[in-house]
Write a protein that binds this ligand. Structure first.
Ligand SMILES: [Mn+2]
Length: 382
């Protein structure tokens, strides 16, 4: 058996609404970029001359996917006729949630696992058998991987499925085809190409060799999907997975960070600090959620909206959250013979006695608002 090359991707979520935190214009651009990621994937397939392109579900979001997008997918696959494309539908593109998998004419090189039971395709020229199973509805509670045993026939058995790893909490009720690592090992598969989690992760055998992987979404879809995104490129030879390499495909990253603003006294200084975070190319292509921390000058009022206005155009997308605490000299102020001094002494006494974290945070907030009121004569939203 010669070298068999494959690409394994999942969770593209084409036509996902992506609303919420992105502006409508940016969400629209993002939906285009998800399609561009699919084109980069098929381009990789062509360039690396892969025999198999394995797509482990959530290729598109069924309720919002348009016929044009499905046509676009079919066209992309038609342009790589040398590659066999296998699709195992997931919980966002289940077979019965839309007409596309059953009633659309896909190119000849595309095979869809449209049934909710194990079926396989032998590829005699490659010495490989591909097993798969698709979500037919939005939920699958059956632990299908427990029921799969591939034959020990000397062929390399690949399994393609959208499923949730519940190894950490095996008994928990999970509607996304739950399995444990023990189930995976017992299948006897050479490699299990999984989909469902949106950040890449590997599952190894006790001996350390790779048994399965989640490639994650080729473009990240939210702040809960940090880091680089792409697909896996694997090589099979002599009945074994020889290599599995991560191929970055994403154009953008979601970045969540804390920014220290101790000592800063003006909004301009804060804006300057945020701008200095990364180089302009990174800033203008990545999505940021920044949390301000530290002890700025008490006169500084953080206006997150104003900050965003000042930095418009510098960041592809910017969210600012304020968790800073003004640098009041509480020791000094508490010695004053004023209402303010008395107020600080009272709250600090209560703080010293309070053990419960929630109530401590409330007291700290009361201290801050009270200090604002007594020092400036006004309480600004914080
Ligand atoms: Mn998904």
């Amino acid at each position: 058996m010669s070298l068999v090359r494959f690409l394994h991707a999942a969770d593209l979520h084409l036509d996902a609404p992506l609303g919420g935190r992105l502006s409508p214009q940016l969400a629209r651009l993002r939906r285009q970029e998800l399609k561009e990621a699919l084109l980069r994937l098929t381009e990789e397939a062509r360039r690396r001359r892969v025999h198999l392109l394995l797509l482990a579900g959530d290729l598109f979001e069924a309720p919002s996917a348009s016929p044009a997008t499905v046509q676009f997918l079919a066209e992309a696959f038609r342009r790589i006729p040398e590659t066999q494309v296998f699709i195992a539908p997931g919980n966002h593109d289940p077979v019965q949630g839309h007409p596309y998998y059953r009633f659309f004419s896909w190119p000849e090189n595309v095979f869809i696992f449209a049934e909710e039971r194990w079926t396989c395709r032998d590829l005699p020229a490659l010495g490989v058998t591909v097993w798969g199973l698709g979500f037919t509805g939005y939920e699958v509670r059956e632990p299908w991987l427990q029921k799969l045993r591939v034959p020990a026939d000397g062929r390399f058995h690949l399994v393609l499925v959208h499923a949730a790893d519940t190894s950490a909490a095996p008994g928990r009720d999970c509607p996304y085809l739950p399995f444990t690592r023990t189930d995976l090992e017992a299948t006897g598969a050479g490699y299990v190409a999984l989909g469902h989690y949106h950040c890449p992760r590997l599952i190894r055998r006790p001996g350390g060799s790779i048994l399965a992987a989640y490639p994650g979404s080729p473009e990240p879809l939210g702040f809960d999907e940090p880091g680089t995104h792409g697909a896996f490129y694997g090589c099979i030879a002599e009945g074994k997975l020889q290599t599995l390499e991560f191929v970055p495909l994403a154009r953008r990253r979601y970045i969540t960070r804390q920014v220290e603003i101790t000592g800063l006294a003006t909004l301009d200084q804060v804006a300057e600090r945020l701008q200095a975070l990364d180089d302009p190319a990174t800033r203008s292509s990545c999505f940021y959620a920044l949390t301000l921390v530290g002890e700025p000058d008490p006169d500084l009022i953080i206006d997150a909206e104003e900050l965003r206005r000042r930095l418009a155009g510098k960041f592809a997308h910017l969210e600012v959250y304020d968790r800073s605490f003004p640098a009041y000299d509480l020791d000094l102020l508490s010695r004053e013979r004023t209402a303010r001094g008395l107020f600080i002494r009272c709250v600090r006494q209560r703080l010293a006695r309070e053990k419960e974290e929630e109530r401590r945070l409330l007291l700290q907030r009361a201290l801050l608002l009270g200090l604002d009121a007594l020092s400036r004569g006004e309480v600004r939203p914080r």
